[in-house]
Design a protein around this ligand. Structure first.
Ligand code: PLP
Length: 402
């Protein structure tokens, strides 16, 4: 019903992922494969395309005002998929999650304040904190039994009077950890104990393969007053260019301050195409998402198995969510630069360097496998060739069948 194997040419379309490869990675080859930034190479749900086509057909593209149906679509989606009850009055619309994080920092903290992140963590957290003249407070994740864990005792010892905000990524990027209700409750309690604002970025919440996403608000309703949850349709339905996100808080004072920043930045008027696309996604995209998840899970399994076989010592972190394989090369005997060079120069693949995710990431690479299987197969074949000299016996390509 949905053809995720179909290859859509994205070169020369202003695609950041495809058209910025040479500029950002230095790979000049015309056949380079981008496995870095987190968007997918699949067509969006048909209902999204139809809604955008109808708008184009109408051909008048004036200012857009949400008369209520966009927020209602969001609320219904969160209730249906995640059992989360959101009042539409708690929702502030922002031009994406990262811009929302910046606006939150401006509204709720002062220059020089510290913001906790749990590295290795989504690199834009670091960027937006520094760009807003706030400081990063790293709370290093530990790894136990193939998943990340927060060490709140270690964090406690690092807090200062300037520590004001915590950025949580739930599910976690990179590594795909789906936090348990107990872990979320422990963090929530920690934030309450130390007077911290908790910002829960749940943009990957719909892309869970193993286990179940628990919204932080569900796990710890008792800290609703110090919680802002960020969600979007853009990651789930491949609409990142729509640049529409939502910040949700039931605390009227936090909402008032955030909305004031939104107004002060001239962002009170919305991107019409983005609103139409994201509302259509929530209203019509569920069957597409239900078909996408097993396709991605199969790609994940394929990628993990073949990269571990191709590179002696490489280790894939078991990925409970996200389409971003997180691979540790520390036991390969190769320096991180040597691994990066093989991937870049020999395989002509642009993967995200682990170091950009902060401390603990430098021996890792992150590979986005949300691409049609024919492209994924080509990428894997190139990776196998790029590390072939390290293997004792050559691989049989037949392992890639299906
Ligand atoms: C955890 C996380 N938050 C936010 C974003 C980006 O959100 P936006 O494009 O809405 O700014 C990403 C994209 O990869 C992400 O992984």
């Amino acid at each position: 019903m949905f053809d995720f194997d179909r290859v859509i040419e994205r070169r020369n379309t202003h695609s950041s992922k495809w058209d910025n490869i040479a500029k950002l990675s230095g790979i000049e080859a015309g056949d380079a494969i981008p496995m870095w930034v987190a968007d997918m190479d699949f067509a969006a749900p048909p209902g999204v395309t139809a809604a955008l086509a109808a708008e184009v057909e109408r051909a008048t593209h004036g200012y857009y005002a949400d008369t209520g149906s966009w927020a209602a679509a969001l609320v219904e989606w969160m209730a249906r998929r995640h059992g989360l009850q959101v009042d539409p009055g708690w929702v502030s619309q922002t031009p994406g999650i990262v811009s929302g994080l910046g606006l939150i920092l401006q509204a709720m903290s002062a220059p020089g304040d510290e913001v906790v992140v749990f590295p290795p963590a989504y690199h834009a957290f670091r960027r937006i904190i520094v760009a807003n003249d706030r400081r990063i407070l790293d709370a290093q994740l530990t790894e136990t039994q193939g998943r990340y864990a927060m060490d709140l005792d270690a964090l406690r010892g690092k807090l200062s009077p300037r520590t004001k905000v915590v950025f949580l990524c739930s599910p976690h990027n990179p590594g795909g950890t789906v936090w348990t209700p107990q872990e979320l409750r422990a963090l929530a309690g920690f934030c309450a104990e130390h007077g911290l604002l908790l910002v829960s970025d749940e943009i990957h919440c719909d892309l869970v393969f193993d286990g179940k996403h628990t919204p932080t608000l569900t796990a710890a309703p008792e800290i609703a007053d110090r919680l802002i949850t960020c969600v979007a349709a853009t990651k789930t339905f491949n609409l990142a260019g729509a640049h529409v996100g939502a910040c949700i808080t039931s605390n009227p004072e936090l909402k008032r301050r955030l909305d004031a920043r939104i107004q002060a930045s001239g962002l009170g008027s919305y991107n019409g195409f983005g609103m139409i696309a994201t509302e259509a996604a929530w209203r019509t995209g569920e069957a597409w998402l239900n078909a996408l998840l097993p396709y991605l899970a199969r790609s994940r399994d394929l990628f993990h198995a073949r990269i571990e076989a191709a590179v002696p010592g490489a280790r894939a972190m078991p990925l409970a969510s996200t389409y971003l394989a997180w691979i540790d090369f520390s036991a390969t005997g190769l320096a991180p630069e040597a691994v990066a060079d093989r991937v870049k120069s020999r395989a002509r693949i642009f993967a995200s360097p682990g170091a950009q995710f902060g401390p603990g990431g430098d021996t890792w690479l992150r590979f986005n496998f949300a691409t049609p299987r024919p492209i994924l197969e080509e990428a894997l074949a190139r990776l196998e060739d790029a590390f072939a000299d390290l293997r004792v016996a050559p691989l049989r390509r037949a392992t890639s069948a299906s």
